[in-house]
Design a protein around this ligand. Structure first.
Ligand code: PCA
Length: 204
């Protein structure tokens, strides 16, 4: 399962959802097919959306993807934390403040993607990438934390779960005036490489 997010805030486009859609149906390895889906930028709707996608796909691996306006490279997230604390409202108008995602839940979960191997592979392919130690405290961190929590429960079929933040597209940065960007083609290539590595990691 590869997910992106719908547009939010000042971003009229979200490349993450377009990337997920562009991978839908693609086979990264024999016996594997990507389900590319879109998640809402809505904290109250997110747990249900994640649950339905787990039920629909029974995915052996989950790679969430989101837009990070300030990212200068493909950022492979290392950790999801048990907090929602928004600087701007989500698409439902909710402005969460110091809210646990799961009251009484673990403080944090580490990504179970091979984060170091992914970064190494992308860099070797000429794609700027790095490990990020914070996915923020908005919807992206929420998706990472909630999916890692679900994967830690008995009976879960998701063996590898993680999150990748992508920079905005060049045309998005051009509109705003300044900042780093990466082309859709390069991001698409990056996610294909990630899907291959993750399917291999599950089979190992
Ligand atoms: N990025 C936001 C939420 C949706 C998205 O694509 C984030 O980084 O939390």
């Amino acid at each position: 399962l590869v997910t992106g997010f719908e547009p939010f805030g000042a971003w009229g486009r979200n490349p993450s959802a377009e990337l997920a859609a562009s991978l839908d149906g693609w086979s990264p390895a024999p016996g594997w097919t990507v389900a590319g889906r879109c998640l809402p930028v809505d904290l109250r709707a997110l747990p249900g959306a994640l649950y339905r996608l787990r039920e629909e796909t029974a995915a052996a691996a989950i790679v969430h993807v989101g837009l990070a306006g300030s990212a200068g490279q493909v950022a492979v997230e290392r950790i999801g934390i048990n907090v929602a604390d928004f600087e701007a409202a989500d698409n439902s108008g909710l402005l969460a403040c110091d809210e646990p995602l799961l009251p009484g839940g673990a403080a944090a979960y580490f990504s179970t993607l091979p984060v170091r191997a992914i970064v190494r592979d992308l860099r070797e392919a000429g794609i700027p990438a790095g490990i990020s130690n914070s996915a923020g405290t908005y919807l992206c961190n929420a998706a990472l934390y909630l999916s890692l929590h679900a994967a830690s429960e008995p009976g879960s079929v998701a063996r590898r779960v993680g999150f990748i933040h992508v920079p905005p597209l060049p045309e998005q940065v051009a509109e705003r005036g300044a900042g780093a960007s990466m082309s859709f083609d390069l991001l698409h290539q990056a996610l294909r490489r990630v899907a291959c590595l993750v399917s291999l990691a599950v089979e190992q």
